[in-house]
Design a protein around this ligand. Structure first.
Ligand code: RRO
Length: 295
């Protein structure tokens, strides 16, 4: 049973933010979903203070071994989340982690303060790493800037704060160390890698409405492993590792690289029950110790 920021979780597999819609899944699968929920904690899609429409279409491109997205953070805003989504998400059979993003220190502070007061929210994940939205703050790529924002918001809540890091930076371990020093209770990585796809037959024209997007899926798994290992050897706080996990063996490799929890993201789009399958495979690997030590 992993202990993560004081939460006792049933197994180490959670979802990556924005990759599993628990409210839509309950509509589709009813109470069956709660009886066999795929994750040991649920991480919400990122919310912002004000509602957002998201980026112009097209928003998705299927890449070799991966997915490029430029969703652009459509969401109901804090008020809509508190009124409509939080009551639904609070009924899930696992702890709720709410993911937030702000464009200014004041926005991040308002989000953290409001969510920190809600007992339904077990932890807050600060998204400082969306590749598809210009925030005006280059938080995730700049250790000093991230430290400044975290020091301002840390005193506003006792709720655990997880910082979601970007792989689109030269030295992710230094950014993680700055987050830890400024009071982060955990870090999570990787978010998507900035990428581009061209329109077939239209020379030089980008496919995505926002020109660039974020790459996820098996194509990024080895980048994730390298970055999780670099961060885990630099910080003492727990690390949530993610990037291209499709099997228990992939999850185990991230745990061996130093992660405490592993998030499943893109694979859940292909199979919404992937998290459950992967946690089952992981416990089978763990039960078969000689095999595990060879991995
Ligand atoms: O909504 C998005 O476009 C998005 C977000 Br907030 C993020 O953190 N990572 C990503 O790949 N897409």
């Amino acid at each position: 049973m992993p202990d993560f920021c004081g939460l006792e979780l049933a197994h180490p597999i959670v979802n990556g933010s924005g990759t599993f819609d628990a409210i839509a899944a309950r509509r589709a699968f009813g109470d069956e979903l709660d009886a066999a929920f795929p994750f040991s904690a649920f991480v919400s899609k990122t919310i912002t203070l004000a509602p957002r429409e998201g980026n112009p279409p097209p928003r998705l491109w299927e890449a070799a071994g991966g997915l490029l997205n430029s969703i652009g953070l459509p969401n109901k805003g804090l008020e809509g989340y508190l009124a409509e989504d939080l009551p639904e998400l609070a009924r899930l059979p696992v702890p709720l982690i709410t993911n937030v993003m702000g464009s200014t220190v004041e926005e991040v502070a308002a989000l953290v303060e409001a969510l920190g007061e809600r007992e339904e929210v077990a932890a807050i994940e600060l998204n400082v790493s969306c590749p598809n939205v210009r925030t005006g703050l280059d938080l995730g790529a700049d250790a000093a800037e991230l430290g400044r924002v975290l020091r301002a918001v840390r005193p506003l809540t006792a709720t655990p704060l997880i910082v979601k890091l970007t792989p689109n930076t030269a030295d992710v371990a230094s950014v993680a160390a700055a987050a830890e020093e400024a009071g982060a209770d955990a870090v999570s990585l990787i978010n998507t890698l900035r990428g581009m796809a061209m329109q077939p037959g239209r020379a030089g024209r980008p496919w995505l409405g926002a020109r660039t997007g974020g790459l996820s899926g098996p194509a990024v798994r080895h980048v994730a492993l390298a970055q999780v290992a670099a961060v885990a050897s630099r910080v003492a706080v727990p690390v949530v590792g993610m990037g291209g996990v499709t099997s228990g063996r992939d999850a185990l490799e991230l745990l061996h690289a130093g992660a405490t929890l592993v998030a499943v993201g893109t694979e859940s789009f292909r199979d919404p029950a992937a998290g459950r399958r992967i946690s089952g495979e992981l416990s089978e690997l763990a039960a078969n110790r000689p095999f595990v030590s060879e991995v």
